[in-house]
Design a protein around this ligand. Structure first.
Ligand code: PLP
Length: 447
């Protein structure tokens, strides 16, 4: 065994969504975390500007969660979730249901966002079948959507790199709405951009093309995170809701990133005032401490499926670790912390300061757009000639070297810190980013 701060042998681990060869020539290893900070293997402190991977909403290594998980591991380590249960899974489901928009109070547990998406798609099919409309099998996602890495998620998702190697094996009967990125109209919008609600009308065209009777569900991220922060235009989600309702199509909000305070409320649905039929959850549900996810379903969707079955299992779906005792304990402790510390309200109260700090980068070198919502900012850089993504990748490394963790997708930098972030840390994050942008291609930036 290596000493804890010695570099391990890196060869056996095939890293996910990582440039493995580049990483292994210049590894970045994290050894510890507390509050707003990571500690790198060499002891450097790194301010977490991205809540890990958009999941550590309450900050790192919170004692309340760590102790709850440790207690659970020592008292009930595992309990099968099929035909058996344990109290905390039921408590956790009730605690989640209490945070969902009215009516979405039936909770199915998964272990990740990808599983939540697969589960939601299967619920949609089962629901229509239970209603005697089993021919509704088509799903509609959106270009640039990210719905995880399962076959369901990459099929309804719209990120080309995630799909192309698997294109022959994607789900059949999928269509995609256009993405909502309109830089010429909406660059440097604060909050929801003014233009773009009309893009939802494309759904009417797809519905007419395929006939509504064939369409099971529309799935979108209310605010798209992983593709590089695309904020929904004002009125867009409302139109999707109106069209889906009109045609008996389920609307799924993939809230794996947006739920649990990111937009200043328990869900984007509640922050933005549009209620879908299913909500996929993960990440902030357990503060990232234990892998966990869930789908919140409208009660009527649940009841339709359950009541259609004469007896026995009503929905043939589930995971060995659905409602795992450690996940349940982490969820209960996490939701308790969010409530006790008023973290959703805190995110809401910091949003304007965060927005101002983000938009102060408007005139920084290379910046061609800044967009924001709640405690999320996307800063888009002009791509380097012939090397898209290279400039943001350099910004990532330079920020890391200065002790700031940012996230990049293509040439978009995303910042989404834990909801415990302090105003001076917000200022430092954006000031550090400004300095880094000033260093990149400095001669080109001066021209
Ligand atoms: N859906 C959305 C909107 C996401 O942002 C993500 C992950 O970033 C996922 C699904 C997949 O979640 P996981 O990586 O936990 O499977």
């Amino acid at each position: 065994m290596n000493a804890p701060n010695e570099l391990p042998d890196l060869s056996a681990l095939w890293m996910p969504f990582t440039a493995n060869r580049a990483f292994k020539t210049k590894p970045r290893l994290l050894a510890g975390a507390s509050g707003m900070y990571y500690t790198a293997l060499d002891g450097t402190r790194i301010l977490d500007g991205t809540s890990g991977l958009w999941c550590v909403n309450a900050g790192h290594c919170r004692t309340e969660i760590a102790e709850a998980v440790a207690r659970q591991a020592a008292s009930l380590d595992y309990a099968p979730g099929f035909q058996l249960g344990h109290p905390d899974a039921f408590h956790a489901a009730a605690a989640i249901a209490a945070l969902m928009p009215e009516g979405l109070d039936r909770i199915f547990f998964t272990n990740s966002g990808s599983e939540s998406v697969d589960t939601a798609l299967k619920i949609a099919l089962a629901y229509h079948r239970a209603r005697g409309e089993g021919q509704r099998t088509r799903f509609i996602g959106r270009e640039r959507g990210y719905h995880g890495a399962g076959f369901g998620g990459i099929s309804v998702g719209g990120i080309v790199a995630n799909r192309k190697a698997f294109s022959g094996a994607l789900l059949p009967a999928i269509d995609h709405l256009p993405h909502t990125h309109l830089p010429r109209d909406n660059a440097f919008s604060r909050g929801q951009p003014a233009i773009g609600a009309h893009l939802a009308d494309e759904l009417e065209r797809l519905v007419t093309l395929h006939d509504p009777s064939t369409i099971a569900a529309v799935i979108v991220e209310p605010m798209a995170g992983s593709t590089g922060v695309l904020v929904p235009p004002a009125g867009y989600l409302e139109r999707l809701r109106a069209i889906t309702s009109r045609h008996g199509i389920l609307l799924v909000f993939d809230e794996v990133i947006t739920a649990f305070g990111r937009l200043g409320a328990a869900t984007a649905a509640s922050a933005l005032g549009v209620t879908p039929d299913l909500i996929t959850l993960a990440k902030g549900i357990s503060n990232g401490v234990v892998p966990a996810g869930a789908v919140a379903a409208r009660r009527q969707v649940h009841d339709t499926i359950v009541e259609a079955a004469h007896d026995g299992i009503e929905f043939f779906h589930g995971y060995t670790y659905s409602g795992h005792p450690l996940a349940s304990a982490a969820i209960l402790a996490t939701l308790g912390l969010y409530r006790r510390d008023g973290l959703f309200e805190r995110a809401r109260s910091l949003a304007t300061l965060f927005e101002d700090a983000a938009h102060a980068l408007r005139n920084a070198p290379h910046v061609i757009d800044v967009r924001n919502l709640g405690l999320v900012a996307g800063i888009e850089l002009a791509p380097r000639d012939g090397a898209p993504g290279a400039r943001a990748a350099e910004a990532f490394q330079r920020c890391f070297d200065r002790g700031l963790l940012i996230r990049v997708t293509g040439d978009v930098i995303a910042l989404a810190p834990p909801l415990i972030v302090e105003p001076d840390q917000v200022a430092w994050m954006f000031e550090t980013l400004r300095q880094v942008l000033g260093e990149i291609d400095a001669a080109a930036a001066r021209r």
